[in-house]
Design a protein around this ligand. Structure first.
Ligand SMILES: C[S@@+](CC[C@H](N)C(=O)[O-])C[C@H]1O[C@@H](n2cnc3c(N)ncnc32)[C@H](O)[C@@H]1O
Length: 217
């Protein structure tokens, strides 16, 4: 395991048990973000960095019983908490690094990622990996249940365009990874950037990755 992944696990591992009680009122914001994705019944969707699986019930409701929902996270304690919250009834849980997913190229219609990208050691490479596993024309939704300005204020810093999620930084970052920014909302109580997958993934990883749980993905 890389040093970065070990650090991520150490950081989030101790926070997993109390994760959902920190911000108990975020549920409607997750549901609204998933609704904004306009997922079709029967679609296959991944929650990358799913944590305790807060978004999984909304994703399942969107794709229906014929759809497929996966939640992937690198921190075992987060997935254990997801099991404790009963989230396995909404989707399959996968212990995996979002930067090297055990999924076939183009296996997914969409990826939802809440609070993941700022934690990736190499966001450009992580976004390329997400593009690899999404079909051309598929979707990426980058969500946070608080806007950039409100988050900066909460953390006692000033908002600047250096922030990975600022539109001037995010658009080219996505483009270099094979995504086209389609819509961008940054308000007090929500951040949601939706991007669509182009036909090619610049510098994407080679195909042929085995599936994790025996599913044909
Ligand atoms: C800020 S939390 C958000 C969790 C969840 N999406 C939510 O909204 O409640 C970030 C999550 O990303 C996971 N994570 C960080 N780096 C990761 C990586 N490389 N691969 C998979 N998961 C990762 C962490 O374990 C953590 O659960």
């Amino acid at each position: 395991m890389s040093h970065d992944l070990a650090r991520t696990r150490a950081f989030f591992g101790v926070r997993a048990a109390g994760w959902e009680s920190r911000f108990p009122d975020d549920g409607p914001a997750y549901a609204a973000a998933v609704a904004a994705m306009g997922l079709r019944p029967g679609a296959t969707v991944l929650d990358a960095g799913c944590g305790t699986g807060r978004a999984l019930p909304a994703l399942r409701a969107a794709v229906g019983p014929a759809g497929r929902v996966l939640g992937a996270d690198a921190t075992p304690e987060m997935l254990a908490a997801a099991v404790g919250h009963g989230r396995r009834s909404s989707g399959a849980l996968l212990l995996a690094d979002a930067g090297a997913l055990p999924l076939r190229p183009g296996a997914l219609d969409a990826v939802f990622a809440a609070g993941l990208v700022p934690h990736l050691p190499d966001p450009a490479s992580g976004l390329r990996e997400l593009a690899r596993v999404v079909r051309p024309g598929g979707m990426l939704a980058l969500f946070h249940p608080i806007g950039r300005a409100a988050l900066a204020a909460r953390q006692g810093r000033r908002i600047t365009d250096d922030d990975l999620r600022s539109r001037p930084r995010l658009r080219p970052l996505l483009a270099e990874a094979g995504w086209r920014l389609d819509s961008y909302v940054d308000e007090e109580d929500t951040f949601l950037a939706i991007a669509l997958r182009g036909s090619a993934v610049p510098g994407g990883r080679a195909p042929g990755v085995p599936t994790a749980d025996g599913e044909e993905l």
